[in-house]
Design a protein around this ligand. Structure first.
Ligand SMILES: Cc1ncc(COP(=O)(O)O)c(C=O)c1O
Length: 391
């Protein structure tokens, strides 16, 4: 047996691996699987974005390593996007860092800010890779429980003093995966005050910045921290521009944090491919019709799925953002989200994510990702209704 590092221990077993197995078993038995378990968009990248990458492939200047911190063109596009949208001035040289997806950046950040044993304060439920990054950095986690009756928003008063004394990092992410909660500017302001008071770094993971269903845009943390004293935000092109497979995002915010993250990354990678950065700049600064179409597509799916669930008597909340429906489990399954999802895929072919996979605070729920067209979502609900004896 090879002897592996202890830091891997928290990462080796998780409920998503169990679900992958259950899905594979169902598929092997010939079940037609409707996979609603992954937040990976099924929508194609726009042709004008693909055209930039196709052209870049023929340009030999894009073929080598991209040293330092990506291209000026991409950093400038990110800064301009923030300035136009949030009215926050950003220096593209020192306050922007291209990433190989926001997941890469948020997972590397703890290496730059935590000493072994320091605490990171994370949302529970929350995106699993936030906890993974803290584990890799040898940090401890304090889970901030989010509750339905508080709109799944954080209550910073819950954090005990002994944690605060060793805490270095707070990780937020709104619109929120998995609960679909949206936070307003007051929440961001409270988070900035809290982090300034206790000398914490504020990391805001912001991949659903565009994926909201009403007219009000969710706030950037930089609107609450215009001087960028404690904050770093992570934007992704995966959701807004259906570019998940291309792996592109960026960090934006406090210059010392950007430089620190850059130092970590300098050890690990040589940046994203230049052609993808060119396409990313085009996506950010070009015509945003595709973003509106993407939002409309997910709104139609949300409406179809939620209406179908309500028809069968499963009272799920109507999400105002993200591509997820966060559904309380049927009573008979109360605190057995993994078991529920394993049986669900086996009996009906519908794959969903067990709430427990997002932390102990996710138990009692199941997450459906709306990554299929309305007819297929309706089919998924019909199958669940017959299995559960509903409707
Ligand atoms: C909260 C959150 N952060 C990060 C990611 C991954 O984004 P990226 O593709 O930019 O790595 C996701 C994807 O589902 C997410 O929900």
């Amino acid at each position: 047996m090879v002897r592996l590092a202890e830091r891997l221990a928290p990462l080796t077993r998780n409920v998503f691996a169990d679900m992958d197995q259950a899905k594979a078993q169902a598929a092997a038995q010939g079940v037609d699987v409707i996979d609603l378990s992954l937040g990976s968009s099924d929508l194609p990248t726009r042709p004008e974005i693909l055209a930039v990458i196709a052209e870049a492939l023929q340009d030999t200047r894009t073929h080598g390593y991209l040293l330092f911190h990506g291209t000026r063109e991409f950093r400038q596009a990110a800064a301009t996007w923030y300035e136009q949208r949030y009215g926050v001035a950003v220096d593209p040289e020192t306050e922007v860092l291209p990433l190989i997806g926001s997941q890469e950046g948020t997972a590397h950040l703890p290496l730059a800010v935590l000493n072994p044993g320091d605490y990171a304060i994370l949302l529970d439920p929350g995106y699993p890779s936030h906890a993974g990054g803290v584990a890799l950095a040898g940090g401890q986690m304090h889970l901030l429980r989010l509750r339905a009756e508080q709109g799944f928003l954080p209550d910073f008063g819950q954090v005990p003093n002994e944690v605060l004394q060793r805490a270095r990092l707070l990780v937020l992410s709104y619109p929120h995966n998995p609960t679909a909660a949206v936070a307003d500017l007051a929440v961001m302001e409270a988070a900035v005050d809290f982090c300034r008071r206790y000398d914490l770094v504020l990391c805001h993971d912001f991949p659903y910045a565009d994926l909201v269903f009403d007219e009000t845009l969710p706030p950037s943390v930089l609107q609450a921290d215009r001087e960028k004293r404690v904050s770093i935000e992570f934007f992704s092109l995966s959701k807004s521009y259906n570019m998940g497979g291309f792996r592109l995002g960026y960090a934006i915010g406090n210059r010392e944090l950007i430089l620190a993250l850059r130092r970590v990354k300098a050890v690990v990678d040589f940046n994203q491919y230049a052609g993808i950065l060119r396409a990313g700049a085009q996506a950010l600064l070009g015509d945003q019709t595709g973003v509106r179409e993407m939002v409309n597509t997910f709104r139609e799916r949300r409406d179809a799925f939620v209406a179908a669930m309500h028809r069968i008597g499963w009272q799920v909340p109507v999400p105002q953002a993200t591509m997820y429906v966060w559904a309380p489990l049927p009573l008979a399954w109360a605190d057995r989200s993994l078991e529920f999802c394993q049986h669900l895929v086996q009996k009906t072919g519908v794959a969903a994510s067990p709430g427990a996979g997002f932390g102990p605070g996710g138990e009692g729920y199941v997450r459906f990702a709306l990554v299929h067209p309305p007819a297929r979502l309706q089919e998924a609900v019909n199958r669940m209704a017959s299995w559960l004896g509903l409707g």
